[in-house]
Design a protein around this ligand. Structure first.
Ligand code: BJ8
Length: 426
């Protein structure tokens, strides 16, 4: 980072020494996982820049936006609609953390048997190392899994501006109605904290901006069906991760440029990896920055990941919000329909997820599926077993990996991945 951001971090209340240690660790991990790759698309230089300034320039932009009266809205889940945030001229930032940091402090509040994603959210807050958390004017949590629900009760005591939206558990019309009511209440809350009214124009604009961002990412993802794959799974995951906190318009423009470049690569049969490299789809729990462990193992073992059935993947952007609504109410209906279709494992039953994994496997010509779960994540662990059985019935090889944010099991996972790749090559 060229500029000295320490005064800004200090103003935000970060613990500067601990924060330095985090940035150093993430920088090293990034170099090892990303910059060591060969045949990367030139457009990935933008993502490299974003990552080099992830706690610098982007935070400065957030602080400048706040000075202009805009509000920063943090969230931990893809069920929090960015469209509503943009409709009050707010800035939406994803707060999920992917590093084992200050878990000792987190475990003062949470049982050891809590998933790494939740522990990291606590760790980052308690250790004061995340400028996104500290810059947020309000943080929106959501009642999804039991771990998050109960953890948010405690989080509310730590972060006074914490706001929770309730989420249905069933894909029934009652469930859709509940989500609709929660989104309407969130819209009011956002109006209240921003002092700005959501109008048909502002919401229409918000929907258009988010849809454009999704379309750009969907373009990149669709091009991964080619052999050779024009982009590595790690780079594609990075695009999916940065999706949650970069400026949406600038990000869309940059990702469209990457998609243009990948189109050319596909035409010329140029790949990030050689043609015939074993192709894998990953499904399961989200992978937040800097959780690159499993994709790193898979791709340094000689395979390429061609799709992510994850929230840091297709679940985050596959569906668009219908743009036909004229009034604010109609648009909130369309937003509700869009988000209600996301097939997170917290829903019961959740049959559409299996169908989508099958479709993705076919679309991306995947030879096998790696189902990735975080230890103690019951919704994805339990559903993963059912999904694996169903996929295997149709002859799709499946490897299930249940892990956490530590590096302790890296070599054990590598051995299992290598054996799996031998199986799918046959
Ligand atoms: S829409 S996946 S972002 S809830 S890994 S905290 S489920 S115990 S993250 Fe999620 Fe929204 Fe669903 Fe996506 Fe709980 Fe599991 Fe931990 Fe999880």
């Amino acid at each position: 980072m060229a500029e000295d951001y320490r005064p800004m971090w200090k103003e935000l209340g970060l613990d500067l020494d601990t924060h330095d240690a985090l940035l150093k660790a993430v920088g090293e991990m990034y170099g090892a996982a990303f910059l060591s790759q060969k045949n990367r698309p030139a457009g990935m230089a933008y993502l490299d820049f974003v990552m080099s300034e992830v706690h610098g320039l982007r935070i400065k932009e957030l602080m400048d936006a706040k000075k202009q009266g805009r509000k920063v809205i943090g969230s931990y889940c893809v069920y929090v609609p960015e469209e509503l945030v943009l409709a009050v001229d707010g800035v939406s930032v994803g707060l999920c953390a992917g590093a084992e940091f200050a878990f000792d402090q987190a475990e003062k509040y949470l049982p050891r048997t809590t998933c790494s994603l939740i522990k990291a959210a606590f760790g980052f807050k308690l250790a004061r190392v995340c400028p996104y958390v500290e810059a947020s004017d309000i943080i929106v949590g959501e009642n999804t899994c039991d771990g998050k629900k109960k953890a948010y009760e405690i989080m509310k005591g730590i972060i006074p501006s914490f706001y929770v939206i309730d989420l249905p558990q069933m894909k029934s019309e009652t469930g859709r109605g509940l989500l609709r009511a929660e989104y309407a209440a969130l819209a009011k809350k956002l109006e209240e904290i921003s002092g700005k009214k959501i109008t048909a124009n502002s919401l229409k604009n918000g929907i258009a901006i988010v849809n454009a961002k999704r379309k750009a990412v969907n373009r990149v993802m669709a091009l991964r069906s080619a052999d050779p794959a024009p982009i590595s799974g790690l780079d594609a995951l990075l695009i999916n991760q940065v999706f949650f906190y970069d400026d949406p318009v600038r990000f869309t423009e940059s990702v469209n440029k990457i998609a243009d470049e990948l189109e050319e690569r596909v035409k010329k049969k140029q790949g990030a990896v050689p043609a015939g490299t074993p192709r894998v789809l990953v499904s399961g729990c989200p992978m937040a920055v800097p959780n690159w462990k499993v994709p790193g193992i898979v791709e340094t073992s000689g395979a390429v990941i061609v799709g992510e059935e994850l929230c840091t993947g297709e679940r985050g952007h596959h569906q668009l919000t219908e743009e036909s609504g004229k009034t604010v109410d109609e648009m909130i209906d369309r937003i509700t329909n869009r988000y209600f279709d996301i097939h997170c494992a917290v829903f019961t039953p959740n049959p559409t997820r299996l169908g989508r994994i099958r479709e993705m496997s076919e679309q991306y010509n995947a030879q096998g599926v790696i189902d990735y779960t975080l230890q103690y994540c019951q919704p994805y662990q339990i559903e993963g077993g059912v999904i694996a059985d169903e996929l295997k019935k149709n002859g799709t090889p499946v490897l299930r990996i249940d892990t956490d944010y530590s590096a302790g099991d890296t070599e054990q996972i590598r051995t299992r991945v290598q054996a799996f790749l031998e199986q799918i090559k046959k």
